[in-house]
Write a protein that binds this ligand. Structure first.
Ligand code: 9MR
Ligand code: 9MR
Length: 739
């Protein structure tokens, strides 16, 4: 069939549907549908398509076919495409083609930029077999006259055969309306409620008078019943809702459900066993994020992989990494550490807050020391959580400028690829040159804070390491004082994230706090007490994150024993912060301790929610008052399913959980031979700003909680990251101990 005929059939079908739905004549928008691809049917010639060197196209049965060579690394190493396609931002396109290939092979079909930096605007990677028609609709994010359509077929060890036909990119089509499948309208924590804890659910309804509800056990017997509380329209979801409180029911078991308004919730447990597992899984996440070491399949079945970035081709390796041009003239051995997220960069400020949170989990309750993380160091008499954190600490120490060099003692902000890599990409297959980026005050103070904390935590296990860490921390702190305003710029975001921050007063406060807590020295106490952040109300929308670290200092000053002048006031401020988050939580029908201004949820909102719960939990540790413990438990319900999308945000936990987090190596969605993310991985979560093209095209107009999609392409809503799992680990560790 020619393109023209196919488009026309489709056009008629669409008009038909629209007419059916609206009962009126079709909107004229369809009349503007324009085919952007030339000769997509390969009529007698393959022009103006191109193919990469050594892979000529031949026309077989009217299709363009190629013998794909084996032994290439990346999908884009061998491809077919067409350039000079104009693309218009905001315009919706339908991308279609017929393709066949040797069974199990994958084509990465993209619409992108034909010139450097080769942005990918839209991509899909179907698994091939017999000739099949593929069709997708997306909304274009950027204007360009140099667009391309391409079929990337590289990355296979063996050669294979690929054919494509009827390539079409039609502009001006009506955007596809994405409707998430949200299942039953009664929303619960799909994992478990703690027996003696609060138990609340939310029901989405049009009814405004109190609805009756029933709690049933696994046998279907009603074990509790009551009346829901109407809550009106919930801001974070835009839904009319009622809340159900079944806290008084405390019998442990599994397979419970709640019924209200004719709908029955997904099943859940009452018990704490799941939280023992969640605590371990949230921490096990870090081993599989490790750089510079082979991941043993015996320790993580299904997740074994070669060591990444250890100077074995095609990696350029992290063994002797130079600076970006003009930044320094030495190289550093920065092997090891954790990959930040779904990318393979390593960033000191994010590594810093993540490591602090793991060490903080250990400092708050030493019970975590017996949790087995199945890592190579397990059984070495050091708690596994400390062995894991040390993998990152070693890296953070490596990022410090050596003595004798300009800016000695300062810390490089980050090390990552020169250019962005595509997906999927195993760490060991990354061909990009790695570069050290300039030092920053924030990175330097992250090392000062975390190495100072490490000095007291590791003292009983390895006194030499503790001394080394403390010395590095003191050197870093002194260097930061000499260079108090070297800020990482927002513009430095090619090949890696910027992690930009133009205010280091919070990092100064945090580092002084940790140095004081470890050494007791007056000079650090003086810096703590003279920092405006020692008394400021720092418990805002989100308590802390990689950019705002004052609360890390404040919490430790409140909780780690010391003779700090005014310590009682510091402790009281943490309790006041917790009160703020409890008030926010109470005002919301989904029990979320997070309500950003203008309902604009942040990138990584799940971690903001969890970190606010760290403040609430700290108030529990300080006061022993159960309302704070209850606040944490209710907050966790949101993360595990009591939400507008009726889903858990932790892989493997709950009836519906993320499968396709943005990761270059858990890229099952793009390459079926790769795994899904491991259990216990937290997805970033709803992000109102839709900062990736996929989310922008699927979720336009979403209300806060709805701004999330479980697709590997949505890095701004569905990435995984070391600083997000640390929040999950901390909170699940707290909950695991509330049995
Ligand atoms: O994969 C990258 C992800 O880890 C980052 O969080 C994100 C923002 O910095 O960027 C992703 O990379 C994309 C890049 O920004 C633009 N080109 C496409 C990249 C992969 O989707
Ligand atoms: O978590 C970061 C978020 O706060 C920022 O808004 C966002 C854009 O700069 O970057 C996030 O961090 C990403 C980093 O830039 C690159 N690695 C993946 C991180 C998580 O998405």
């Amino acid at each position: 069939m020619s393109i023209w005929e196919r488009s026309r059939t489709r056009l008629i079908a669409l008009i038909g549907v629209t007419a059916l739905l609206t009962g009126v004549a079709a909107a004229p928008a369809h009349a503007d549908e324009v085919e952007q691809v030339k000769n997509g049917g390969f009529d007698g010639t393959t022009d103006p398509f191109w193919s990469t060197a050594g892979m000529p196209m031949t026309i077989v049965n009217g299709q363009a076919c190629v013998d794909v060579p084996g032994g290439t690394t990346n999908r884009w190493d061998v491809s077919i495409g067409q350039n000079d396609i104009p693309l218009v931002a905001g315009q919706s396109y339908r991308f279609g083609f017929d393709a066949s290939g040797d069974a199990g092979h994958v084509v990465r079909a993209i619409v992108g930029l034909a010139v450097d930096p080769y942005d990918t605007y839209f991509e899909q990677s179907p698994v091939l077999g017999g000739l099949t028609h593929y069709e997708y609709t997306f909304t274009q994010g950027a204007d360009t006259a140099q667009g391309q359509v391409a079929f990337q077929v590289g990355g296979s060890a063996e050669p294979w055969h690929f054919c494509v036909d009827n390539v079409s990119l039609v502009g001006g089509v009506p955007p596809e309306v994405y409707v998430p499948d949200t299942g039953p309208r009664v929303r619960v924590n799909q994992v478990a409620y703690v027996p003696k804890g609060p138990k609340t659910a939310t029901v989405v309804t049009t009814v405004t008078t109190p609805l009756p509800w029933q709690l049933r056990n696994a046998a279907g017997v009603t074990v509790a019943a009551g009346q829901a509380q109407p809550r009106g329209t919930d801001v974070s979801s835009g839904q009319n809702v009622q809340t159900i409180d079944f806290s008084r029911f405390t019998t442990q078991g599994s397979g419970y459900t709640i019924t209200a308004d004719g709908d029955t919730s997904r099943p859940f447990d009452i018990g704490t066993a799941d939280y023992q597992n969640l605590r371990a899984d949230a921490l096990k996440f870090y081993y599989t994020q490790r750089s510079g070491i082979e991941i043993l399949d015996s320790l993580r079945p299904g997740y074994g992989r070669a060591a990444g970035h250890i100077d074995v081709a095609p990696n350029q390796g992290d063994g002797a990494v130079p600076c970006q041009a003009g930044v320094c003239d030495y190289t550093l051995d920065v092997r090891g550490g954790w990959y930040d997220a779904g990318d393979q960069g390593k960033y000191v400020v994010n590594g810093g807050i993540s490591t602090w949170e793991l060490l903080s989990e250990y400092e708050r309750s030493k019970k975590v020391r017996t949790v087995n993380l199945a890592i190579p160091e397990s059984g070495n008499r050091v708690p596994d959580i400390l062995d894991e954190a040390r993998w990152e600490l070693n890296f953070l120490l490596e990022m410090q400028v050596p003595a004798g060099q300009p800016l000695a003692g300062m810390v490089h902000h980050k090390i990552h690829d020169q250019n962005w890599t595509g997906l999927p990409l195993l760490p060991s297959q990354d061909p990009q040159p790695r570069e050290l980026h300039p030092v920053s005050t924030a990175a330097t103070l992250n090392l000062a804070a975390v190495a100072a904390q490490a000095a007291r935590v590791y003292q009983p296990f390895d006194a030499a390491f503790a001394r080394r860490a403390l010395s590095a921390a003191k050197t870093a702190y002194a260097a930061a004082k000499l260079n108090p305003s070297r800020y990482a710029p927002e513009s430095d975001a090619t090949g890696g994230g910027a992690y930009n921050d133009s205010n280091a007063t919070d990092e100064f406060y945090w580092a002084a706090a940790e140095l004081f807590l470890t050494t007791g020295e007056k000079s650090y106490e003086h810096d703590v007490l003279t920092s405006p952040l020692n008394t400021a109300d720092i418990f805002g929308t989100g308590a802390f994150d990689w950019a705002s670290t004052a609360a890390a200092g404040r919490l430790d000053l409140a909780l780690v024993p010391s003779h700090l002048t005014g310590r009682a006031a510091v402790q009281a401020s943490v309790v006041q912060g917790a009160e703020k988050y409890l008030a926010v939580q109470k005002a919301q029908a989904y029990g979320i301790p997070y309500a950003p201004a203008n309902n604009m949820w942040d990138w990584g909102s799940n971690s903001a929610i969890l970190n606010n719960m760290v403040v609430i939990a700290s108030a529990f540790d300080l006061t022993g008052r159960s309302k704070y413990r209850d606040g944490v438990l209710t907050g966790l319900d949101y993360v595990l399913g009591r939400n507008a999308l009726n889903r858990s945000y932790v892989t493997g936990y709950g009836e519906v959980s993320p499968q396709n987090t943005h990761s270059r190596w858990y890229a099952h969605e793009l390459d079926p031979s790769l795994p899904h993310p491991p259990v216990g991985t937290l997805a970033g979560g709803a992000n109102s700003s839709l900062q990736d093209p996929y989310a922008a095209s699927k979720l336009a107009g979403c209300v806060a909680q709805f701004c999330y999609i479980d697709d590997i392409q949505s890095y701004s809503t569905n990435e995984e990251a070391i600083n997000w799992n640390s929040a999950l680990a901390w909170v699940s560790g707290f909950v695991a101990e509330q049995g």
